[in-house]
Ligand binder design. Structure first.
Ligand SMILES: Nc1nc2c(ncn2[C@@H]2O[C@H](COP(=O)(O)OP(=O)(O)OP(=O)(O)O)[C@@H](O)[C@H]2O)c(=O)[nH]1
Length: 243
């Protein structure tokens, strides 16, 4: 088999530093319409008192051999391997970003697509901030199966999650219309990428991480607010008892 390993093929990987909210692949195919970080996020990032935002957990799900690991490897290691090696259960990567001068960690959970490892992978689906449903643009059935993978992951996550639909192997381009329709149907942001050439890979990860950061600040602010309201309510109840 023709083994191809490409390293540093002049793709601009950018940096892990983000000062402005990166654009979606297409403004038409995204449920996330904000053009910049929210005012709340910018204020929080500029505050004198530093805030801590926990890591972002992003799971990558989808059929076997569609290019999940290749996508992750291209971003994390700037490498592409033309040979296929099945993921056993699950792989894990950590990437550190600087967003609006705040440290932010992206955890990438690359799950196995093989049925045999499904139970292992599914046990890591919980408490996810981002679900990336991956499909192979040269294999239409992997797009249809993507919906099933997403439903299973959503069933195990009660809280709000960001959803992305990523088509791999853009270098072997095929029609994207069904993917765009699917992205609308599942309310996900659509990205076609190529791990072989690196096209859109860094842009996609920067966008994912920045959106997760923005939404994470909101969720954190909301839970702080709930915490304060709980205290106020409890104090109110105590006063009632005293009367
Ligand atoms: N031409 C081309 N081939 C790709 C691309 N991405 C992945 N491949 C090839 O597709 C095959 C499968 O890729 P993997 O990344 O191992 O697939 P996976 O989804 O992680 O597979 P599992 O671990 O079994 O779930 C490998 O032979 C890759 O070289 C791409 O962008 N372009």
């Amino acid at each position: 088999c023709d083994r191809t390993i490409v390293l540093n093929n002049n793709v601009d990987y950018g940096t892990r530093r983000i000062d402005q909210l990166p654009r979606p692949y297409s403004c038409q195919v995204t449920p996330y319409r904000e053009l910049d970080f929210s005012e709340r996020t910018k204020r929080a990032a500029q505050a004198v008192v530093p805030f801590f935002l926990g890591p972002c957990k992003a799971i990558f799900i989808g059929d076997v051999a569609i290019g999940k690991t290749s996508l992750v490897n291209r971003f994390c290691h700037e490498a592409f391997d033309g040979d296929y090696t099945a993921t056993i259960g699950l792989d894990f990567e950590v990437e550190r970003f600087q967003i609006l001068n705040q440290a932010y960690t992206l955890q990438i959970w690359d799950t196995a697509g093989h049925e045999r490892f499904k139970c292992i992978a599914q046990s890591y689906y919980r408490n996810t901030s981002v679900i990336v449903t991956v499909f192979d643009m040269t294999r239409p059935e992997s797009l249809l199966n993507g919906k099933r993978w997403l439903d299973e992951a959503m069933r195990l996550n009660q809280g709000p999650v960001l959803k992305f639909l990523v088509g791999t192997k853009k270098d072997l381009l095929v029609c994207t219309a069904p993917a765009i329709k699917m992205a609308y149907d599942i309310n996900a942001e659509y990205w076609p990428v190529s791990a072989r050439t690196g096209e859109n890979v860094t842009k996609f990860f920067r966008r994912l991480t920045a959106l997760a950061f923005d939404h994470g600040v909101h969720a954190g602010a909301a839970s702080d607010c709930k915490f304060v309201m709980d205290i106020v309510n409890r104090l109110g109840q105590r006063n009632e008892h005293c009367r």
